[in-house]
Design a protein around this ligand. Sequence first.
Ligand SMILES: Cc1ncc(COP(=O)(O)O)c(C=O)c1O
Length: 355
Amino acid sequence: MTHAHLITAHHRTQTDPTLWTPDKEPAKFDTGVHLHTPVPMPLQQTAGALAVASTSTSSLLTLIGHTPLVPLLRLTADLPSTVSLYVKLEGLNPGGSVKDRAALSIVREALRTGQLGAGKTLLDATSGNTGIAYAMLGAAMGFPVRLFMPANATQERVQIMRAYGAELTLTDPAAGIDGARQQVHDLVAAEPDLYFHADQYNNPANPLAHYTTTGPEIWQQTGQQITHFVAGLGTSGTMMGTGRYLHEQNPAITLVGVQPDTAKHGISGLKHLATADIPGIYTPGIVDRVMEVTTEEAQVMASTIARQEGIFVGISAGAAVAAALRLARTLAHGVIIALLPDGGFKYVSAPFWAN
Ligand SMILES: Cc1ncc(COP(=O)(O)O)c(C=O)c1O
């Protein structure tokens, strides 16, 4: 059976996409969670004050990753039967976002090398999701977490980090995430012995998480039929790791990076690379194409996905789907996978949703 047949059997034979039922799923698409992907290993016992490992922590860690792929049916109803769009729901990670993967990888590597442990505090700048992931892992594994985040983050993000027990400093919103990063650099320079600087923008363990988990999951879940991968660029860890893995499997796969159209934007988690500090882990040659999305387009799409697909996602997920749909309309054939970094729940107080 060809790739096109599989997709057709899935949902294009349905005249009304709302009639889709799980038993219509194509046989070779494993959209569930039973994947042969690397499973996070229980932590090793480490020296000093960091007494971790054991079954109680490993059970939380094994919930990270293995997220499902879901087809967008109503939003793609006007596309040819040979073009499909699936979304990977990273909001289903236990900390609520794709950043659980990167944070776990960073923490694991730091424990392995001894950079974290013996009373050291994990320190980093965050726009929200990575901080939540570090805070969750710190609580579960027993290390202190200190975070710097621009003060214009939604109240939900602030409260979630504090609920997990992290120490949070809010920074000048006008200076953005790069301002928060500068404050972290200054603090580490002043007191290097107190902190492990997780540095998600420059830490190779960030893209490595996606190279070893997100990429293999997508490759297996699509039965190796993926033609395009679409993801937003923040630290760029998701795209660098997933993209590198997918290109190694099939160099013909097109990697599409998504970014805001201007420096001043409201798409939390994404960077306007032309004007921002370029992350150290970003390798420009990996991305085949960059698509720009306006804040309004991303917001409207997030709302449309909620109302037409029943999937409540964050604004950067709206940006990814807006770009993926634009791309889909230019293709005659394709299996597009768009990665949706988080759910919408921690943004409900944002003015956009209030209106
Ligand atoms: C909501 C959201 N979307 C997108 C991204 C971008 O992911 P990455 O940093 O892997 O490029 C992030 C990163 O923090 C995020 O929090």
